[in-house]
Write a protein that binds this ligand. Structure first.
Ligand SMILES: Cc1cc2nc3c(=O)[nH]c(=O)nc-3n(C[C@H](O)[C@H](O)[C@H](O)COP(=O)(O)OP(=O)(O)OC[C@H]3O[C@@H](n4cnc5c(N)ncnc54)[C@H](O)[C@@H]3O)c2cc1C
Length: 498
């Protein structure tokens, strides 16, 4: 199978999906004419009516767009990557700058509207769109600038990771970011940021020098180690709980352009011995080796397999030795492991069409790999012709684990990997049996996990959600009470202030 077909039909196709091209083309529209009062809901679910004049005033206050149901672009903006999420905000603001964000946040705050903030739209649970509230869609607010002298990237809060990777590498610099380049900086950087060079340089959030953020009262604040340090601490791990980040300032590191990376895939029946190899090999890997493990069964069988995604960014002369244990696993069914441009590998899992699939996932952090856990992971994995299923371990550790637990709000520093199980099915068919299967499967693995990545927060109880912040929760609660006491920003891994 050639590389392109493999990527389209296997792991990459399962986890990587892109925004519709039309969204990237979204543009400024003529001023919206509001024709009547707008029915909406508050954060507490109460139905309210927004007066026509007030909504028109909001539209007039923007340089960007105000979109109401029926307006051109509304249906693209409200959508997120997970196509099974189908919500209809009462109104959508598409800011072009900070002033628009402030106007939108003030409007929502004064009326206690349900408020969703969308950057790349990758939230699986669909937290970046909403039913009946306001959505702030940051897709018109994208740019990145690099200052090579201070090794800093200044990235607008609606940008995608691709901009950061591309602009920084043009100067021979990098900041660690996620593995799919159309993920938004907004959701990823405020929650964590695991990626191909995070074991060398830490999570994306460990590399934030400062942010500009519009808080619930509509103020624009700068947060850094010297200014509003409590907010700076909280925004690095507290997700979207404290406001809309309009600018991220990232520390950059010199790195060579060429790395060694790609896939090494074996037939599904090797899953059991490969996972055992991974449990042993990955924990001893040097920081400059990033290795993920997956088992993937596609609906058609094409592209199914068990294998590794690798990115080695260390000295070229050591590559052979570092990767030798992988080569000794035998002849793979497919491999494209080899020298590759860093920006190219960062894009290699991107997907450029609209995916007509529903998706459901469960995830957790793994702090050790006991035999019982790897057995359960393989034993419960089923290939079902009606769906695609994937088990995936994204490697953590290295520099991530050397940051003290309380240095940022992100507490899961001990994790060896962030693991997930995912099922997807064709849209228009009933997803419930697939979700039921996944819940059952997950129940055999979950007891061996320790908390979960906040980006995967769904409808779990408040106790579970708060508990997942572990020892950092009390401090996060104080920051939440100070900057968002009314819980305007609640569509996230929410810290409930009351
Ligand atoms: C295909 C795919 C691959 C992924 N790969 C990785 C990976 O390699 N590493 C990794 O760490 N994670 C990965 N993730 C998880 C990803 O980091 C989260 O889903 C993240 O929330 C996506 O950010 P977004 O801006 O695209 O999401 P959105 O859905 O736009 O936003 C999610 C939430 O982030 C908050 N938010 C967004 N923008 C802002 C902002 N400017 N200011 C404040 N809050 C904001 C809001 O609370 C919002 O609800 C992946 C997800 C997918 C779907």
């Amino acid at each position: 199978m050639d590389r392109r077909r493999f990527l389209q039909s296997s792991l990459a196709a399962s986890i990587a999906a892109a925004l519709p091209a039309s969204q990237a083309m979204a543009a400024l529209q003529a001023l919206t004419q509001v024709s009547g009062d707008v029915r909406a809901v508050t954060g507490n679910g109460a139905e309210i009516s927004l007066e026509k004049a007030a909504v028109q005033e909001l539209a007039d206050s923007l340089r960007g767009n105000l979109l109401l149901p029926g307006n051109e672009g509304y249906d693209v903006a409200r959508r997120v990557l997970n196509a099974s999420i189908d919500k209809h905000p009462a109104l959508i603001v598409q800011p072009t700058g900070v002033a628009d964000i402030q106007n939108a946040v003030r409007f929502a705050g004064e009326r206690q509207l349900l408020l969703a903030v969308k950057c790349g739209g990758h939230s699986f649970a669909g937290k970046s769109t909403c039913e009946g509230g306001m959505q702030i869609d940051l897709s018109l607010f994208r740019h990145a600038r690099v200052d090579p002298d201070s090794r800093t990237a200044f990235v607008a809060g609606g940008s995608l990771l691709a901009a950061l990777d591309h602009e920084a590498m043009a100067h021979g610099l990098v900041a660690p970011a996620g593995t799919v380049s159309h993920t938004g900086v907004g959701g990823l950087s405020t929650a964590g940021g695991f990626g191909r060079i995070s074991r060398r340089f830490g999570l994306t959030l460990d590399n934030i020098k400062g942010v500009d953020i519009v808080t619930a009262d509509g103020r624009l604040l700068h947060a850094s180690a010297d200014e509003n340090p409590d907010l700076f601490w909280g925004v690095r791990g507290g997700g979207g709980n404290f406001g809309v980040v309009s600018s991220f300032q990232y520390a950059l590191h010199p790195m060579q352009r060429q790395v060694i990376g790609g896939e090494v895939v074996f037939p599904l029946d090797r899953a059991s011995d490969l996972i055992r190899f991974y449990a042993d090999f990955s924990v001893q890997a040097p920081d400059d080796l990033y290795i993920d493990f997956y088992i993937n069964a596609t609906a058609t069988g094409e592209g199914s397999g068990a294998g590794f995604h690798i990115c080695y960014s260390g000295p070229e002369k050591d590559a052979e030795k570092v990767l030798e244990p992988v080569r000794k696993l035998g002849e793979p069914a497919f491999t494209n492991l080899g020298p590759i441009d860093y920006v190219a590998i960062q894009r290699s899992w991107d997907y450029s069409d609209f995916r007509n699939i529903g998706e459901y996932l469960k995830s957790g952090f793994v702090n050790e790999y006991p035999g019982s856990m790897v057995d359960a992971a393989v034993a419960g994995f089923e290939a079902d012709p009606g769906r695609s299923t994937m088990l995936y371990f994204q490697q953590s550790g290295g520099a991530i684990s050397r940051v003290p637990v309380d240095a940022t709000a992100f507490p899961h520093r001990k994790a060896l990997s962030a693991m997930m199980v995912l099922t997807s099915w064709p849209l228009g068919t009933d997803g419930s049996p697939h979700m039921d299967y996944l819940r059952d499967y997950w129940s055999t693995i979950e007891p061996r996990t320790d908390g979960y990545y906040t980006v995967d927060s769904g409808n779990e109880s408040r106790e579970v959600r708060h508990g997942n912040y572990q020892g950092n929760f009390p401090r996060l609660l104080e920051v939440k009470k100070k900057y968002d006491p009314g819980n305007l920003f609640r569509l996230n891994a929410n810290i409930a202030p009351a």
